[in-house]
Every structure is written in C-alpha cells, then in structure tokens.
Design a protein around this ligand. Structure first.
Ligand SMILES: CSCC[C@H](NC=O)C(=O)O
Ligand SMILES: [Zn+2]
Ligand SMILES: [Zn+2]
Length: 373
C-alpha cells in the first residue's frame, strides 16, 4: 500500500505520523527542548469586546470574507488572529521537524478586555505559571497602516479615577453658594487643561508617539435628581493612561491637589490603578531583543518600537519579571480593534504566520543566559 497524500488522509493519522517522525530514541531521546533553559511564552487572550451590530457591514461573528480577501469579525485584530498564528507557526515548525533548545508554551487567557483581574493577574501568581519557567513572552500589539510593523516594549499605566464633589443643595432657581457642580467643574477644567497640554506636547514633537505622553478623557458624569433640585453630590469619571516615565507618586499628589484647589468636599477614588510600569529592553545588547529584531532585518521588514498606548496582559508578565514584547503582525492594516467593521486581510494574516515561524525559531534558540541559572 502506498501512503496517501495529506489531502485525503484523516487529520488524526497525519498527526500520528508527525509524532512518529520525532526521534525520541533512547538513550538520547530528542524531546526537542532543553528544560534547563527558561521557556518562551506565547500569550493571547480569548475574550473580545462587545459589538454594535447595526454599524457593521457584515455579521461580526460570521467571519465573512469579501471578494478581496478581507475577513470581517470581532477579534480579527484583537486578538484571535494572533492565537491562530501562534498555533499555525508551531504546527509548521513541528511538521518541518524543527526542535529548539527552549520550550515554547502557549497560553490562552480570559478576561483581558476587562482588566485581566480574574485572568492573567491571578495566573502569574500561581505555581502552574511558575512551573512554565517563562524567560520571555510575546503578547498582543496593534496594527500599523504603513509598510512597517510595530512592536511594543512597555505600556502606559491605566488609572480610572472617580472624582466626587459634594456641596450645598437647594432650589434650582436660586444662586446657591458652594455647589457640588461648581467644584466639580473646577476639577474637570484642571484635568482637561492638563489633557490639552499633553495633547499639544504630542502634536508639536514629531519624535513623540501616543504612548510617550499621558492621556486622559472625561468618560463619565453622574449626579442630579431633578432639573429644579441642586444636587448635594456629583461625580466625574476619568480614564488616565499614564506614560511610563511619569513619577506616579507625584502624579497622584497632583490629582489630589486639583481636588483640594476646587474646594471643600471634593474627593477622589481609584477604580483602576496600575502602579508597576515596566520597560522591556530594546537595547541591541539584550539577547531577546537582538533575536527578535534580527528576524525583521533578515526578512527585510521595517519594525517600529513604541509604548503601548492602552493596557494589555503584558503588564502582569513584566511585573513578575518576564520581559514581554507586544506584537501583532499586521502591517498595511488600519487600527480597528474595538471598532466597527474590525477586519484583517487574509494575506496579512498568512504573512504573520511566516513572521512568527521565524520569530519562534530565533527566540527558542537564544543560547543560555545568566538569568537561566
Ligand atoms: C483596566 S484594564 C482595561 C483593559 C483594556 N485593554 C484593552 O483594551 C484597556 O482599556 O486598555
Ligand atoms: Zn487585546
Ligand atoms: Zn482589546
């Protein structure tokens, strides 16, 4: 009997035959790894953000592909593409019979979109995570509309702040003194003036990217019971993204000072407060960065290193000492994560698998480091 081609072979048989090709012969079985070395962790989150279906050209959960090759769907960019690209790159390396000194682990985690508090934040504290002995991690990045790819080596700290202002209530027809609204207005003005300063700083310096400055948006306003009742309390919610070079203690003092200046009875509370920003080295002397960036040079691809403007699970990895780079291989692609009509061209997706194949080979072959012992 001749062996059948892969196209009409049962996939379980194909997998079995791939396994047979790995030379696990005693007394020197090729298990394909050197367990003494730290591993490479490929992380992706499985959750996606909600959709406003009426604004989509196609059903966001149908994975519609148009005649040009654009695949529409929630998660095409953020980040179901990456999960499958990891799997396909690993599959390709296995089929080709490669093995590397370092083990490659993949994690598929929940709840990133709501902060990872029941996902990666807990996982990094577990013995199961420590058992992976991760020495370096890859996680999500962002699309780049140009020919270049972007890699993220740090991220801004997320601070969600609720400012509550209390004051004298009364009839809506009167000039009441010391109202909650007047004081809240002062805080909002101070914060929005700061926002404008940072916006100008970014706009006026072509060397700065979004992740280099601190952003803030007023995202919530709460309070009031009736049009003719001056409320005793009102609150405003802000989404701050604090640049990694900011002195967080001093910045927190500044927030309190803005509240104090606004008057008596103005307080703030944190709904999210990340205090451990870390930067992964992108110095040429760093062996992980050197292996990562070399792949782009060898493939003749342009790579731009930036600070991630929002938040990912990478922060939990970096905070426990695992260097992490955020990378989603999407060039020539508009940034559409969390947006209507999130989509990815199939050619960009497939090219991403080629890139990961090279990246994984390079990273899993990084020789023993002092940190491995
Ligand atoms: C408080 S964690 C929020 C996480 C979210 N991450 C991706 O969009 C973000 O808003 O950046
Ligand atoms: Zn994401
Ligand atoms: Zn997201």
């Amino acid at each position: 009997m001749t062996s059948k081609g892969p196209e009409d072979e049962h996939p379980s048989v194909t997998l079995f035959r791939q396994y047979l090709r790995i030379r696990t012969v005693q007394p020197k079985p090729d298990y394909g790894t050197n367990p003494a070395l730290s591993s490479i962790l490929l992380n992706s989150h499985t959750d996606v953000v909600p959709v406003f279906k009426e604004h989509w050209s196609h059903d966001p959960f149908e994975a519609f592909k148009d005649s040009e090759g654009y695949i529409y769907g929630r998660g095409t960019q953020d980040m179901k593409c990456v999960s499958i690209q990891y799997l396909e790159a690993v599959r390709r390396l296995k089929v080709e019979g490669h093995s590397f000194p370092r083990t490659i682990h993949m994690t598929f985690v929940p709840d990133e979109e709501i902060g990872g508090h029941h996902g990666m934040e807990l996982f990094v504290q577990r013995p199961e995570f420590r058992a992976l002995r991760a020495g370096f991690a890859l996680d999500e990045g962002l699309a780049n509309p140009t020919d270049a790819y972007t890699v993220f080596y740090s991220e801004r700290s997320v601070w969600w702040v609720r400012v509550t202002s209390t004051g004298r209530p009364g009839h809506g027809s009167r000039f009441i003194e010391d109202t909650a609204a007047e004081k809240l207005h002062k805080v909002v003005s101070s914060i929005l003036a700061f926002r404008e300063k940072e916006r100008q700083r970014l706009q006026s310096n072509p060397h700065l990217k979004e992740g280099d400055v601190t952003s803030v948006n007023l995202t919530k306003l709460e309070g009031g019971v009736a049009y003719n009742v001056v409320p005793a309390s009102m609150s405003a919610g802000f989404d701050f993204r604090v640049a990694p070079d900011v002195d967080l203690k001093a910045f927190e003092k500044q927030l309190h000072a803005w509240c104090q200046t606004a008057g008596e009875g103005v307080t703030l509370e944190f709904v999210q407060k990340w205090m451990k920003p870390q930067v992964t080295s992108i110095d040429d002397s760093d062996p992980w960065w050197s292996a990562f960036s070399r792949v782009f040079k060898d493939m003749n691809l342009t790579l731009e290193a930036e600070i991630f403007p929002a938040t990912t699970d990478s922060r939990y990895l970096r905070a426990v000492g695992v260097p992490a780079l955020g990378f989603s291989p999407m060039n020539h692609t508009p940034v559409l994560l969390h947006d209507h009509d999130e989509r990815l061209h199939e050619a960009v997706f497939l090219r991403g698998i080629d890139i990961y194949t090279q990246l994984l080979s390079a990273l899993a072959s990084v020789p023993a480091l002092p940190s491995d012992s």
